[in-house]
Design a protein around this ligand. Structure first.
Ligand SMILES: *Cc1c(COP(=O)(O)O)cnc(C)c1O
Length: 356
């Protein structure tokens, strides 16, 4: 596809935020990318315009039935001033996997990466430079027919917005306490668990709220049928290290295939560490802890890269992992991936893409 992206620059550039207090997802840059889809015409009119509110009828389908998908990735500024994206093609390939599940027409992967790069380039002055900071990129697609009947929409908008975000770990990496959720489930096989679609998040909030009330940071999700097999931790993929071997749940339809998960597996294998993707029960984790072979547990995802698990609570039984400290494998993965992302470590894997 050779679309020409039209660019309309803002007349009222905003003041750049204080780099030390960015937080996450609260501040947005001067511009956004939009492209429309119309049945019979396909995707059309790609454009970069000033960031601002959308005007949509209250009957717009996405408000009622949630036919939508999203992605999340980051742009980093290196010490020598280059701008790097981390595996952006993976995100655009995944948005199409999500699209297929919720009946949204696919986008052209290469063009979507191009759109991302063009928008980041237009708002390049918004990429923060302080250690650990980045520019979060949020591509998403919404169904836009003004219609209350239930069917796939005939019109859509593909939008990309940008948000400068602060360092996830300002005060060092502190392992979190995790509540193993045995009542609510996130996803089931045959459902939408493998798609990045808003409904999954809506369905997960109640357990997150419950875990917070009980004094935990997030939940560990179990499978929706037997409540036995481990699936994910919060909105991250999960890894365990038992007796020198790294184990992560295999992708079986209810788990989101994280790009950080894939990168972690590739990195560990390239470093000679055994990584196994298989079904793993929560009971096995507790047994390994009992036997003294549970060495580490950690989540992986774009926002934090690595989030070590220091404590698990399952049906009233609490176990502490690695003395509540970050383990050597989690440290290694965190340092290497963030090093590659920020251009401090040589990218032997060819994961980064430069924005010119
Ligand atoms: C986005 C997401 C992840 C992590 O994916 P990354 O590509 O590593 O950011 C994991 N689980 C869920 C449910 C997600 O939505």
């Amino acid at each position: 596809m050779s679309y020409q992206i039209s660019i309309q620059k803002t007349q009222n550039p905003k003041n750049k935020p204080d780099q030390d207090n960015l937080g996450f997802g609260q501040i947005f840059t001067d511009h956004m990318f939009i492209m429309d889809y119309t049945e019979g015409k396909g995707w059309h009119d790609p454009r970069i315009v000033p960031y601002g509110p959308l005007s949509l009828e209250p009957s717009t389908m996405v408000f009622h039935y949630g036919q939508a998908v999203f992605e999340g990735l980051k742009a980093y500024k290196t010490e020598d001033g280059r701008i790097l994206l981390f595996r952006p093609r993976k995100n655009m390939e995944r948005i199409n996997i999500s699209n297929e599940r919720v009946c949204i027409p696919k986008i052209d992967v290469d063009f979507a990466v191009e759109a991302c790069k063009t928008l980041v380039s237009v708002d390049r002055d918004w990429i923060p430079e302080a250690e650990g900071t980045s520019l979060y990129i949020r591509p998403f697609i919404i169904s836009t027919d003004p219609f209350l009947g239930v069917r796939p929409s005939w019109t859509y908008k593909f939008i990309i917005i940008l948000s400068p975000v602060g360092a996830y770990y300002k005060e060092g990496i502190n392992p979190v306490k995790i509540y193993v959720e045995s009542e609510y489930v996130r996803a089931v096989k045959g459902g939408t668990g493998y798609a990045k679609t808003p409904g999954n998040y809506a369905a997960s909030l109640i357990a997150q709220v419950k875990a917070k009330e009980l004094g935990y940071t997030q939940v560990l999700w179990l499978d929706g049928v037997e409540k036995k097999y481990i699936e994910e931790v919060g909105t991250m993929n999960v890894f365990f290290k038992i007796n020198g071997e790294v184990i992560t749940p295999s992708l079986d339809g209810s788990i989101l295939a994280g790009i950080t998960r894939e990168s972690t597996i590739e990195l560990l294998r390239a470093s000679g560490i055994k990584v196994t993707e298989r079904k793993i029960t929560i009971e096995e984790i507790y047994n390994a802890h009992e036997a003294g072979t549970l060495e580490e547990a950690f989540g992986t995802g774009t926002a934090a890269v690595i989030s070590p698990i220091g404590e698990l609570s399952w049906n009233g039984k609490v176990i502490k992992i690695n003395d509540g400290k970050i383990g050597e494998t989690a440290s290694f993965v965190y340092n290497t991936i963030t090093g590659i992302q920020s251009g401090k470590i040589e990218d032997k894997f060819g994961w980064t893409v430069e924005v010119k």
